[in-house]
Ligand binder design. Sequence first.
Ligand SMILES: [Zn+2]
Length: 244
Amino acid sequence: MSPLLIGTCATACGVAGLLLPRAAYRFAVPFGEPLRDICVNCGASLPLGTRGWLSVRSTCPTCAARLGPATWATGVTAGLAGGLVAAALGPVAVLPLFLAVAVLGVLLAAIDIACRRLPDTLVLPALAVTPVLFAAVAAVTGQWGDWLRALLACLASGVVFIGMALLPGGGYGMGDAKVAALLSWYFGWLGWQAVLLGALLPWLLNAPLLLALLVSGRVGWKSHLPFGPALLAGGLLAVCVAAW
Ligand SMILES: [Zn+2]
């Protein structure tokens, strides 16, 4: 385990995480509504171009109302995730891909907490490019066995989790299923043990949290809670446990 590698990855992911609040705000809309392009408080248009999406400011440039999650929260979470992934995997060729999905995961979790959605506009392109990017790595390193296992894990969990999302009454949505399939690609690359951990750990993480919220009366039995944060945190934990 190299402190330099961990520090570099934590810093890179942390800086990327600092830029996420505005994108999280713009994506956090209910189903069927267009992405936000104005401040909900004063109605001012958000800046055009890259600055309208990536910015360390989590407030409106015009009225200073808070838009999206706190900058420190996304920065610290992404930095921690990046450091943990680097510590778990070490200097491997696929490390940048795992770091990228860790930062994407922070953005997805922030959106899910805000509006209980994991938008297709983010998840589907990631699902589409992931096999291609991993194939590029396999072409260099010869890890085609890992690539094939990742593909099988992604397809198998896609079928299982989408089936679960179609069951009536569950708190598990189609967005959760697609993110679970995406993450399963990464687990599959590491091995079947990681796939199993990645499928189980989110439920283990979610159960005590749900129980605490129920006991404290913050939520009722019929409340619909976002599952994305547990899915993503459980995934991070699965990568760490499987690698160590
Ligand atoms: Zn404003």
